[in-house]
Design a protein around this ligand. Structure first.
Ligand SMILES: Cc1cc2nc3c(=O)[nH]c(=O)nc-3n(C[C@H](O)[C@H](O)[C@H](O)COP(=O)(O)O)c2cc1C
Length: 221
């Protein structure tokens, strides 16, 4: 049985941005936890453990989705195979990508007490590709992005996703909020060591592992 594929979604699309660094942090915490049955994507041995998962990163900035311009209503398409019915090539590509994954962890900043428009836009493009799949939320912001996480939970529940209870929020207190000029090559934004230490002390990494195990349990159902 092939491992179940879990996508960790980088949701902001501006440059420079903190999101890729936080996404990688979430990935590394989960991948290094021996209790989460992660199979590394480069591991080609035949898989016999039905609980195995892979962790892969999807960056919304690489999808180049315009502001919603579909002429069809996603929820009105055939549930079993919506992909060919979209009117736009970018929607068909996004649909085909999302259909490959069994579960999602959305890593979102807080923008004005909610999620970035890029994430809402990417979610709105599809419907049956999300329905019934397990989802986890990791938020960040000056106080952990709780309002963004709560908004996102409502949106994902509207898409009939099975949102797990644990939703770590990462307060960003010392890391400078990234600002700068747009460059061709994205520069990595480093998290201030004091923020990392604060997250560890607050048990955020343990919450991430709980989130990971909740997803594994949901995938096992
Ligand atoms: C448009 C905008 C709105 C923001 N609103 C909030 C907010 O409501 N609460 C908060 O804690 N931080 C807010 N911030 C700060 C962001 O959480 C912070 O800049 C973070 O780095 C954004 O993630 P990103 O770098 O991946 O885009 C806002 C930032 C932007 C760009």
């Amino acid at each position: 049985m092939p491992p179940k594929r879990v996508a960790i979604v980088t949701s902001s699309t501006r440059r420079p941005r903190l999101n890729p660094t936080i996404t990688q942090y979430v990935h590394d915490v989960l991948a290094s936890d021996p209790t989460i049955p992660t199979k590394h994507t480069h591991d080609t041995t035949i898989d016999t453990d039905p609980r195995h998962i892979t962790l892969e990163i999807i960056d919304l900035s690489a999808q180049s989705l315009p502001l919603y311009d579909e002429s069809v209503i996603p929820a009105s398409l055939p549930a079993s195979d919506p992909t060919p019915h979209y009117s736009k090539a970018h929607t068909r590509a996004w649909s085909a990508l999302v259909r490959q994954y069994d579960a999602f962890i959305f890593v979102t900043p807080q923008y004005n007490w909610s999620i970035p428009a890029s994430l809402k836009n990417a979610l709105d493009y599809l419907y049956y590709e999300w329905v019934g799949k397990p989802a986890g939320i990791v938020s960040y912001g000056s106080r952990g992005g709780r309002k963004a996480a709560d908004h996102l939970r409502g949106v994902l529940e509207g898409l009939r996703m099975r949102v797990v209870g644990t939703a770590p929020g990462l307060p960003v207190k010392f890391t400078g909020l990234p600002v700068g000029t747009l460059s061709e090559v994205e520069e990595r934004v480093e998290v201030d060591e004091r923020d990392l230490e604060g997250w560890r002390e607050a048990g955020v990494e343990g919450m991430m592992r709980n989130l990971g195990m909740e997803l594994v349990c949901e995938l096992d159902k």
